[in-house]
Every structure is written in C-alpha cells, then in structure tokens.
Write a protein that binds this ligand. Structure first.
Ligand SMILES: [Zn+2]
Ligand SMILES: [Zn+2]
Length: 229
C-alpha cells in the first residue's frame, strides 16, 4: 500500500461526543473512525433504555460510569479505535467461521502489520499499525490474516490463499512494515542518491545503499540521522 507514504502521522486523539445515541449504528461508527483524527466515541443513554444500551454494546461499546441528571440516571458508554478494530476483526473472524480457540489480539510488532499464529490460534494486528493507518488499511490486514487462518499454514501466499483472500474482500495490495518504519524508526539514513533507509537501533557498522549497488561500496555510504523524539 502506498497510500500513506509522505503523509504525516495523523493524530488519532480527538474524542467525539454523540448527544443522540440512537443515531449510532455500524455505518455511523465506521464513518467516524474513517476520519483519522478520531480516537474515541462517547455517548450516554438513560439507564432505563436497556435496549439501546444493549445495542451499543453489541456494536463494541463498553459501559463506563453512571451519572444522575435531574431525576434521571444515565449510563456512559465509550468506544475507542482499538476496541472498534478488535470488534471488526472478531466480527470478520466469526463471519468466516473462525470460532474458539481462534481469537484476536493486538501485538507490539513494528516491522509487520499483522500475523496469523497457527500454534496459538491467534490473529493479531500491530497496535502501531492501528495508530498510523486508516481504518480501511487495518481491515485489509485483518482480511489478509483471516485468509491465512482459513487457507492453512501450508498454503503460504500461494494460489489457494490468494483465492480465499480475494473471495473475502482482500484487495491484494502489498503490505509490509515499511510504512510503519517510515513513521516510527528512530534512525533515518540516506545515500547520496536520496534513497531512504530505516533502522530501529543505532546502525553500528558503516552501511552502503543496496539500491545503488550490490555489496559494500564506499561510494554509496548511508549517512544516518536520529529522528527527533
Ligand atoms: Zn501473509
Ligand atoms: Zn542509494
């Protein structure tokens, strides 16, 4: 995916208060989190409206504190971007028949977007990816990994996996950890021809640009700068 190259990381920190909780449905939530700036949705519902509270929970909302206003008692509810993506992932997994022991978790990987772990029956997404990428990109990674779970370990990225992936809505764009590295790697290197390189740890040895020439060539030394915190 080349969509986010050169795009600054957008802050996904804003909270959207929704004064009319009965308007919240799947499309509404999806629309809100499709805007990169929103990290959380909040609302409140009269405690007597069990049905609406139940509906919102079914959409991934978590109940928070209750409060009183006048004679009425209200239930706070919140849904953050992480919860929503976990909700989407679990929904996709269920849709395609991945039941327990299969589960969804977030992991801390920085070099890859997602993982299908056959041993532990886990599909995981990098929690970094979620912060740096759009909802659509996260969904694509979920589908990529769900297809791995369905196709089985031996399928790799072969024709069987490809066919399944396509049939569940994966569009097949290349997806690596490159974009994440571009946003998070501490060390940024550049050769004299302007090729960019990324390292998470301080590069000890002198490195030459692999795009400019094969093997070590002094002419294509990479000069490194540390990214400001
Ligand atoms: Zn894969
Ligand atoms: Zn180069």
């Amino acid at each position: 995916m080349t969509v986010i190259l050169d795009k600054q990381m957008s802050e996904k920190t804003q909270v959207l208060e929704v004064p009319a909780p009965d308007l919240i449905d799947r499309e509404f939530i999806h629309e809100v989190f499709s805007h990169d700036e929103f990290g959380e949705l909040r609302t409140f519902v009269p405690l007597t409206n069990h049905q609406l509270i139940f509906q919102l929970e079914a959409l991934g909302f978590e109940t928070g504190r209750q409060f009183s206003k006048g004679k009425n008692r209200f239930q706070r509810l919140r849904l953050d971007r992480f919860e929503y993506i976990a909700f989407l992932a679990r929904k996709k997994m269920a849709e395609h028949g991945l039941q327990a022991p299969w589960e969804f978790i977030f992991d801390s990987a920085k070099q890859r977007a997602g993982l299908c772990n056959y041993t532990d029956h886990q599909i995981s997404l990098s929690k970094y990816l979620v912060q740096y990428h759009s909802l659509d990109q996260s969904e694509q990674v979920i589908l990529h990994e769900v297809a791995h779970a369905l196709a089985g370990k031996d399928a790799g990225h072969g024709p069987n996996w490809k066919q399944i992936a396509k049939s569940i809505g994966y569009r097949g764009e290349k997806f690596t950890g490159k974009e994440i590295a571009e946003q998070t790697a501490k060390w940024i290197g550049e050769c004299k021809n302007g090729h960019r390189h990324y390292r998470y740890k301080s590069p000890r040895a002198q490195l030459a640009c692999g795009y400019c020439g094969k093997g070590f060539n002094r002419r294509y030394l990479i000069s490194w700068t540390e990214r400001a915190a």
